[in-house]
Design a protein around this ligand. Structure first.
Ligand code: CTP
Length: 400
């Protein structure tokens, strides 16, 4: 959930700041870009050097850094952030946030930001239970900020009670779960196929195609970023998923792809078949390398199973099935025929007559045609952007 997210980690003056080193490490490990912003008092509890080493970025704690002569622009930082986590959040900073005071860089970044803000209080139990703190915390929640509740236990003062900052692992789990539960495809299982298939002729040769797998990988990443639990069945491809949660199943041939699709499809809510599956496969695979002869060589081919058509024939009403059509002529008519024949919810048409479209490059140009024959034409875009357009349509249909 945190891959690629820009996170401002705000650290206040509290003994719990010693846990911030672990928190930075966990956020970085989860794939986030972490910018640490400390209140001036926080630097008494943990050094900026520790945190900048772990976050691999300079740490900011003043508007103006005397050593470097650098002006830290709070507005830019606030807008850069996809989310802010303030941990530990001291009673003092909570009060300032509730009252709109901005006498340090962290509170100024908070006021400049438009993203979700999580705060994990850390303080002594009496400070935590004080009416003023309780009032400020609920005020912050009214503003839409999200409380990561403190735990109970032994406090730095030696007293026992509520006020301990949540553990770094709990903070990461809390934020990840909170992001996930707000995503449109949460609790949906998605199956995506990608890449070419290779049909063996002999131990060293195969029949394949130019599919790179980029489109399918981009779709799998986008569905995962929208909260779906994604399984990606990929033919031979050098692509890598950006989203760590994507479960990858590698296959080589059309028959192997069919077997895996059969296995996963019944538990699937959303299936996108973007693989360029071979339509024909050799009748027999030579056990030895076929030797060159003076005469030509013919290879007998048999049809493979049309995986998408088979899935369409067993599809339940609550399953969404999306296919691709790569065409060179009579594009729309051919795509509509495939849409109907394979019982799809919509089809993604790309034409090799459009420059930059198809399965080799980094761009694509698509037309979506749904089962009501509603047509949406898109311009030439990067495959990541095309994946977003396709997944937006999926999200709309899932919400119906
Ligand atoms: N497809 C499939 N299994 C096959 C062949 C194709 O699941 N054996 C799927 C592709 O993943 C794609 C859709 O069917 O989503 C259309 O593929 P395409 O190659 O455009 O069309 P075909 O149905 O194979 O027809 P033709 O090659 O004759 O255009």
């Amino acid at each position: 959930m945190l891959e690629g997210k820009n996170i401002v980690l705000g650290i206040c003056g509290s003994i719990a700041a010693y846990k911030s080193a672990t928190l930075v490490r966990l956020l970085v490990k989860a794939g986030a870009n972490v910018q640490v912003v400390m209140t001036p008092d926080a630097t008494n509890f943990i050094t900026p050097l520790t945190l900048s080493t772990l976050s691999k970025k300079p740490v900011y704690h003043e508007y103006f850094e005397a050593e470097t002569g650098q002006w830290n622009n709070h507005v830019e930082l606030g807008l850069w952030a996809n989310l802010i986590i303030i941990a530990p959040a001291s009673a003092n900073t909570i009060a300032k946030m509730a009252g709109g005071l901005c006498d340090n860089l962290l509170t100024a970044v908070y006021l400049s930001a438009k993203c979700p803000v999580y705060f994990a209080p850390a303080m002594d139990l009496d400070m935590w239970k004080h009416d003023t703190t309780m009032h400020n915390v609920s005020q912050l929640q009214t503003f839409g900020n999200i409380l990561i509740p403190p735990g109970s236990g032994e406090l730095a003062s030696g007293l026992q009670g509520e006020g301990r900052m949540a553990e770094p692992e709990e903070i990461v789990a809390f934020v990840s779960a909170d992001i996930k539960k707000k995503l449109p495809l949460v609790n949906k299982k998605a199956l995506v196929t990608a890449g070419p298939t290779y049909e063996a002729i002999d131990p060293v040769r195969f029949i394949g195609n130019h599919s790179s797998g980029k489109m399918g990988f981009a779709i799998a990443d986008t569905l995962a970023a929208l909260g779906a639990d994604v399984t990606l069945i990929s033919g031979p491809s050098s692509q890598k998923s950006k989203q760590r949660s994507v479960k990858r199943v590698d296959v080589t041939s059309a028959a192997e792809m069919l077997e895996q699709c059969r296995q996963y499809f019944t538990q699937t809510d959303i299936c996108v078949m973007s693989a360029a599956v071979a339509d024909y496969t050799p009748v027999t695979i030579a056990q030895q390398k076929i030797k060159k002869q003076d005469a030509g060589l013919s290879i007998d081919l048999k049809k493979t199973t049309d995986i998408l058509k088979e899935l369409g024939s067993v599809k339940r009403d609550n399953q969404l099935l999306v296919g691709f059509a790569l065409e060179t002529n009579d594009e729309e008519a051919n795509a509509i025929e495939k849409l109907k024949k394979k019982n799809l919810d919509f089809i993604v048409l790309n034409s090799l007559n459009d420059e930059g479209a198809g399965f080799k490059g980094d761009t694509n140009k698509i037309t979506l045609i749904d089962s009501q024959l509603q047509k949406t034409v898109f311009g030439l875009k990067s495959k990541d952007e095309v994946a977003r357009d396709i997944c937006l349509k999926i999200t709309e249909l899932v919400a119906l």
